[in-house]
Design a protein around this ligand. Structure first.
Ligand code: DGJ
Length: 729
């Protein structure tokens, strides 16, 4: 659309026809096209998503040579009923007992939202029941991203029950579908798994309610017509759901060998009652198409997210020291001041006070057994309050951040005793604890007020709170809300309740930096990132496993949202011992922090930390806003590298890690494909006396670096290198 549509000029509505001739609806970006086909009888099928073929009219009269009366043409938004027999995006039950919905074309509109964004809204109606669906497709031209969701309206005169209400569906036609998705667990998030889809249905989903992204992430990559996951080659479609609650992404290869993908809120136990005249807005589903492998798909998602989705990516958490692994619950004013002194002397820019500062005098938070919900300062650990710690940090030139977990309550707390009706539970069933805590019922507006109040009052604890780490350390069990009439609405309403609190917070505190944490990376999704500036990538701070966690995370989410901290050895999670340089070089490829007791470091280690933090400040804008190029893959290569390149290709920073011993005769060679082949670049290794590159300090053409590459002397396991790359003027 770009180039043809001046901003806000175009808005047209096509008559609700279901007329006698076929037509097409084409949704286009610079390098991709999605085409829907409106049949003369009003059915709308999904025709194409992939590379552009431009004029959509050429497909009018298309014949699939399959029998139409066998229902083999895939609907744009598959509803249960009529001829449709695959997995349904929409399943409605009516008061008459009717379980069918037959959606037909009722018109579409196209409007330019900006020079870059074109919105297409396709309207579908079931003429018998009055159910209406508006399918939104926002095409982001430059980023090759299409964002889609459904709005379902009950136009009938009785309430209906939505048994499924997915956001969106696409249909692909390829010889092979290689699905790459992200499984994991606590301290092992975003692990890659690739599998060739076979006939049948494969779902990735979470029914944990909150903390939904530890064990699967609501995102995927599909490599088409290949059995190989490739960084640089081939067609890839990537998707991510903008939602922090239960989700399901279902992949069905059917008898026609086509693949239908439907994505949205997980229907399991979540039927939603929709009153007459009401509309349900489903979450956004993001798609991108790349004909240059997974690398380009990631870059599309990252640049779209930075421009249109993330909460203020220009405001990034400064380099910080978080006291969690350094002290756990065992601290006092002097210990914290000592940490702040050390953090300041190493050049860090913020101190974050983690769990353990609250609970008041009755339920002091000395371990994870009590105190959640009682957000008064612990008078024993911090007799002078939190304000003195914040003031001390400020006096040393540091910003100040603090931890909260406002959705939770410990059984041992005043809150639990005062408000038993605020706890997620079902009468007559045991209220299970996880980490000795219960979940508060965010479906209830009073609880939403309370959670907002926790944030608000924490912000008043000191002058100048710059950062809030919002944690969430359990998931839902025995779902039940004393507030709701029908608990099957719990899952959807909880997440909406969370978003409504986030919105209130953002109205009052637009500038505070918020980290989305849920036992590490349990809330790493684009839904939370619309309100939170960053996420805590994982509680696993060990550098070797972090290479894998960050690799997986950055396939979908940009580095600017990935908190990445240097911690002590032996590592508290894995027991592994890695050199300090390796730990820094891994952490510096995200938003850098430290998470240890700095008084345990030697002077030599502190000197190295000072140097690494100093050089990070010179290039971190590239990590936050540059284009990511991965060289190889840690799952198959002994040495893995990545590079962030500025938009104008004048600067780059390159990181390499040896993660397996490769033998005496092999050395890594990296082709730096993201640079400008015409430019000459000076290559400078950072933070070392002796470089691992024979040409360190010299200049090389972009074409040499891309076609021959950078060969490095990185034989030993845990060797690592950071190079700053700058074009000569
Ligand atoms: C889980 C988080 O992921 C950790 O970083 C830490 O904040 C603890 N909770 C505190 O209880």
């Amino acid at each position: 659309m770009k180039g043809f549509l001046p901003f806000a000029l175009l808005f047209f509505s096509l008559a609700a026809s279901a007329g006698d001739k076929a037509e097409t609806v084409s949704i286009e970006t610079a390098g991709s096209q999605m085409v829907l086909y409106v049949h003369p009888d009003g059915e709308v099928s999904f025709f194409h998503y992939g590379a552009r073929f431009d004029d959509p009219e050429q497909v009018i009269g298309y014949k699939s040579y399959r029998r139409w009366d066998y229902g083999t043409e895939p609907p744009a938004y598959p509803a249960r009923g009529g001829r449709h027999f695959n997995q349904s995006a929409l399943a409605v039950k009516y008061h008459t007992g009717d379980i069918n919905t037959e959606l037909t074309y009722a018109g579409h509109t196209v409007s330019a939202l900006s020079d870059d964004i074109t919105r297409t809204v396709l309207s579908l109606r079931d003429s018998k029941t009055g159910i209406g669906v508006e399918l939104y497709y926002d095409a982001y031209y430059d980023e090759d991203v299409i964002v889609s969701h459904a709005e379902i309206t009950n136009g009938g005169n009785r309430p209906v029950r939505l048994e499924s209400y997915y956001s969106s569906g696409i249909v692909l036609d390829a010889s092979e579908y290689l699905l790459t998705h992200f499984y994991g667990a606590w301290a092992r998030e975003m692990q890659l798994e690739s599998e060739l889809l076979t006939h049948g249905i494969k779902s990735i989903r979470s029914i944990k309610g909150v903390r939904t992204t530890h064990t699967e992430n609501p995102s995927f990559m599909l490599s088409l017509n290949t059995e190989t996951f490739s960084e640089e080659y081939g067609e890839v479609i990537a998707g991510a759901l903008v939602w922090s609650g239960n989700y399901s992404i279902d992949f069905q290869v059917d008898e026609t060998n086509r693949l239908s993908v439907i994505s949205g809120v997980c229907p399991d136990g979540a039927a939603y009652s929709l009153d007459k005249g009401k509309t349900l807005h489903t979450p956004d589903m993001i798609y991108t198409y790349s004909c240059r492998g997974a690398g380009q798909a990631s870059r599309n998602l990252h640049s779209w997210a930075r421009k249109y989705c993330l909460y203020d990516p220009s405001s990034v958490a400064p380099s910080l020291l978080n006291n969690w692994e350094g002290t756990y619950f065992d601290f006092n004013e002097d210990i914290l001041k000592g940490i702040i002194d050390n953090a300041a002397s190493m050049g860090l820019e913020m101190f974050v006070l983690d769990d353990g500062w609250f609970g008041g005098k009755d339920y002091p938070r000395n371990d994870s057994d009590q105190g959640l919900g009682d957000w008064q300062v612990d008078p024993v650990k911090l007799p002078n309050g939190v304000g003195v710690i914040a003031d001390y940090a400020h006096s040393k030139g540091l910003k100040f951040g603090i931890w909260i977990e406002p959705e939770m309550v410990s059984p041992e707390s005043h809150l639990a005793k005062d408000h038993p009706d605020w706890i997620v539970k079902e009468d007559g069933r045991e209220v299970t604890t996880i980490r000795r805590q219960w979940l508060l019922d965010l479906c209830n507006p009073e609880v939403q007020d309370f959670v907002f109040g926790v944030f608000d009052s924490t912000m008043q604890l000191a002058d100048g709170i710059d950062y809030i780490k919002w944690d969430c350390n359990r998931h839902v069990e025995s779902a039940g809300s004393a507030y709701l009439k029908d608990n099957s609405g719990f899952w959807f309403d909880y997440t909406q309740g969370l978003y409504s609190v986030y919105r209130r917070i953002r109205e009052k505190y637009p500038d505070v930096i918020i980290q989305s944490c849920a036992s590490g990376g349990g809330r790493m999704d684009y839904g939370a990132l619309r309100y939170c500036n960053e996420a805590w990538t994982s509680d696993n701070t060990e550098a070797l496993t972090r290479v894998f966690i960050q690799y997986g995370t950055n396939l979908i989410y940009p580095a600017v949202v990935c908190g990445s901290h240097v911690s002590a050895v032996p590592n508290h999670q894995t027991g592994n011992i890695t050199p300090l340089k390796f730990r820094f070089d891994v952490a510096c490829s995200g938003r850098l922090g430290m998470e240890l007791q700095p008084s345990d470091m030697t002077d030599e280690e502190k000197d190295f930390a000072r140097k690494a933090i100093g050089s990070y400040k010179q290039y971190r804008d590239l990590v936050y806003y540059g284009d990511l190029y991965r060289m190889g893959n840690p799952y198959k290569d002994d040495c893995y590298a990545l590079m962030y390149v500025s938009e104008d290709k004048s600067r780059a920073v390159f990181f390499a890690y040896t993660i397996k011993y490769m033998g005496r005769t092999q050395r890594p060679l990296f082709r730096l494909t993201g640079l400008d082949p015409e430019k000459k670049y000076r290559i400078s290794e950072l933070n070392v006396g002796k470089s691992c590159f024979w040409g360190n300090g010299r200049t090389f053409t972009g074409s040499y670096l891309a076609s021959h590459g950078l060969n490095l002397n990185m034989e030993k396991v845990y060797s690592s290198a950071v190079f700053y790359i700058e074009a000569e003027q």
